[in-house]
Every structure is written in C-alpha cells, then in structure tokens.
Ligand binder design. Structure first.
Ligand SMILES: *Cc1c(COP(=O)(O)O)cnc(C)c1O
Length: 385
C-alpha cells in the first residue's frame, strides 16, 4: 500500500487490545515471565525487559521500518543519539570515517571532538563530490556519513553514486534522512545501509518530543542492534507513543509544509533583499536535478541569503515577526526563522554566499499570513538605520 495508508494503519494490532484504535502506552521496566522455561530462554517470549522494547516501542519501530523500506529500526532518545548510535555501531578504533561537510552541527562536533578520542579518524568532504568519493576511500574507511540536503546549506548529494563507490571500497553508508521525514526520500533504496532520523522533527511534529531512530537494511541491522543493546539507551513510553501518533498525520502535514514552503520560497526569491534561496524543489537550485531524481517531494525547511544590512537591521526583522519564532529544531506545526553561520563550520570548500545566511521552517499556518508577516519584516530590514 501507499505510504500515507501505511502510516495510518501500521503499528496497530487492535486484536491485542480491547479494540481501541490506538495501542496503549506501556510503561515498563520489569516484564514478568510466565514460567521457568521462558525465564531461562528455553521457550521464546516476545518481551523480556522494558529497555529491550515494549509493544509501544515495537509499534513505532514497525511504522518507521515500513516507511523507510528497512529491515528493522533501533530507537534512540534523540536525533543526535541516533547519529552517534549509527556511527559508533559501525566504527572502531583505527577506522576512518568520511563525513559530508554539510552535516548537522552537533554531528560535526561529535566527529571533531569525540571520535578522535576513541581512535576513529573523521575526514570531511565536499557534499557535491558524488562518485568522486572513490578517491577519498582508504582501506580503513568503514563508513561514509551523508546528509542530503545538507543542514543549513541544502546541497543535494548523489547518494546512489556515493553508495556504489563506498560499497566497492568495502565501506557502509549512513545517511541523515531527517529533512525528508523518510517520506519524500527512500534513502535505503538509494543505496544507504543506515537511515538516521531525528523523529523530533516531522515524525512527532509538534515540538514536544525528543526522539531518534536508525532504520537499517538487512546488512547493517544486526550490527546496530548489538551496539544499541550494549549502550543501554532507552526511549520513554510517552515519547514513543507521541511519535507514533505524529506519524498518523505526517503525510498530510508534509504535503502542506511542501506547498507552503514552495509558495514562500518563490515569493522570497523575488524580494530585492534576498540574494539566494537554497531549496532543491526550485528549478533554479543547483541540486534540483538530483532532487527530482531521488525525492518525491520537499519538506518545509530551506535556507536563504539576505543582503547584509547589519545586526540592528537583522534584529528589527526577526524580533518584530509575529508568526515566525526564533528557536532551534523544526518540523513542528509552527514557523521559525533563525540566522545561521555555516561559514564558521565548513572546512571542505567553505561557504561564502556574500550575505547573511538564514534558515526558515515553514509551518502549517496559512501562507498568505506568513508572507504578510515576512513582507513587514523585510520592510523593517530595509528601513533600519
Ligand atoms: C535536529 C536534527 C538532528 C538532531 O535531533 P535531536 O532530536 O534534536 O537530537 C539530527 N540531524 C538533523 C539533520 C537534524 O535536523
């Protein structure tokens, strides 16, 4: 069945409950065994201990796995915990890791400050490298970590070309697929072995949950499960339930985020203060061709570059907005606009857009109201002294 149908019906075994539509929130540490044989592992039991999974977390794993065409999913207490689970499950001391220069900032921090201490060498590469990644692979390269489109700068990566080169060199590929929600991009089908999701964003969708997931193919699943089991990370029952609840409406929300984001991106492109929009759904975007090939849609998050009118003007723009909040994260029902500084992060190729970079999340408000709010903001930006 189609994804929107699956999202409504997966993770619901109503015969297990008194025919209530939604599965209950199971809060559990101890799970009681019916007899000594099951306790000693002679007869299989479905559930052994709360940290190992409950019907609530299994239901969520089932939905995420079906959505991303995986073999299974491992949950993590945040999106960043899902990133670290993916990397640490695959890499050991002495291994080399290739990381896209456009990854999420805290992913970069993990690579720059923590992996080295564990003897794992992380090297950053230009996200536009594509199949050219072959020349960066070493015998010790265990993993290539992608994020497409990239955080803040939205470069679209050629995942099939990178995956083909990585696999030929004996490395696995992990991709942070958060931007697409796993709905608009089937990154495992494109060749990745692990798909990382910050379910904090679109899956939960209401800015009230932190949760992450690593969705694996057949090859990577045992490795990730073994690692996660020994690390002891566990997700709260309410977080799992709220994420499953969010998934029921995610397809509908994403379609609306997409429509409104396109509308705002097109409007912004024509404003004199705007130098550039980074949104692969726009035909003028450098990543549009690959996006069109590999994605079935675009979510509500994009970047823009404004003519630099200084900090006072920026404050006048942002602080006077009524509908756009200033805050981290995204993927919820509300709109956000923040200044970003990719130029401070990049080491492979740099970022010199000739203006101020910002990131916009287009929420579920009416796009006409959002445009009116932005129009007033850009007027304040122009007129600020
Ligand atoms: C937000 C985000 C994360 C981290 O998710 P948290 O739940 O906030 O830890 C990871 N990757 C990407 C691309 C993100 O946008």
């Amino acid at each position: 069945m189609k994804d929107d149908t699956e999202l409504c019906h997966r993770g619901r075994r109503i015969s297990d409950h008194p025919r209530v539509v939604n599965p209950p929130v199971y809060r559990a540490s101890t799970i009681l065994y019916p007899d000594l044989d099951s306790f000693e592992g002679r007869t299989p039991v479905g559930f052994s201990y709360g940290r190992q999974g409950t019907p609530t977390t299994r239901a969520l794993q089932e939905s995420l796995t079906v959505l991303e065409r995986g073999a299974g999913a491992v949950l993590a207490p945040s999106g960043l915990a899902a990133v670290s689970t993916a990397i640490l499950a695959c890499c050991s001391a002495g291994d080399h890791l290739l990381v896209s220069d456009s990854v999420y900032g805290p992913t970069r921090h993990l690579c720059e400050h923590t992996l080295g201490r564990l003897g794992i060498e992380a090297e950053f590469f230009d996200p536009k490298l594509g199949g050219g990644i072959a020349s960066r692979l070493r015998p010790q390269t265990r993993l290539v970590f992608l994020e497409s489109p990239g955080s803040l700068t939205f470069e679209v990566q050629d995942v099939p070309a990178i995956a083909a080169a990585a696999h030929a060199g004996g490395a696995w590929v992990a991709a942070d697929n958060t931007w697409s929600g796993g709905y608009f991009c089937k990154v495992l089908e494109l060749g990745a072995d692990l798909s990382v999701q910050a379910c904090t964003k679109y899956q939960s969708g209401h800015a009230d949950v932190l949760l992450g997931a690593v969705i694996c193919n057949q090859r990577s699943l045992p490795t990730v499960q073994r690692h996660a089991r020994s690390m002891g990370n566990s997700v709260g029952a309410d977080e799992a339930y709220l994420t499953l609840r969010g998934l029921r409406t995610m397809a509908t929300r994403l379609e609306r985020h997409q429509r409104s984001a396109l509308c705002l991106a097109e409007w912004l492109r024509d404003q004199p203060e705007v130098l550039r929009i980074m949104y692969p759904a726009l035909p003028t975007d450098p990543g549009h061709g690959i996006w069109q090939r590999d994605f079935s849609g675009s979510s509500g998050l994009f970047g823009l570059v404004l003519k630099d009118r200084g900090r006072t003007a920026l404050a006048a723009l942002l602080e006077g907005l009524e509908l756009f909040g200033m805050g981290y994260s995204w993927g919820s029902f509300e709109s956000l606009l923040i200044p970003t500084h990719p130029e401070k992060l990049r080491t492979a190729g740099g970022w010199q857009p000739g203006g101020l970079t910002l990131r916009m999340h287009v929420g579920l408000e009416n796009p006409e109201d959002l445009i009116a709010d932005l129009a007033a903001g850009l007027r304040r930006y122009r007129q600020a002294k």
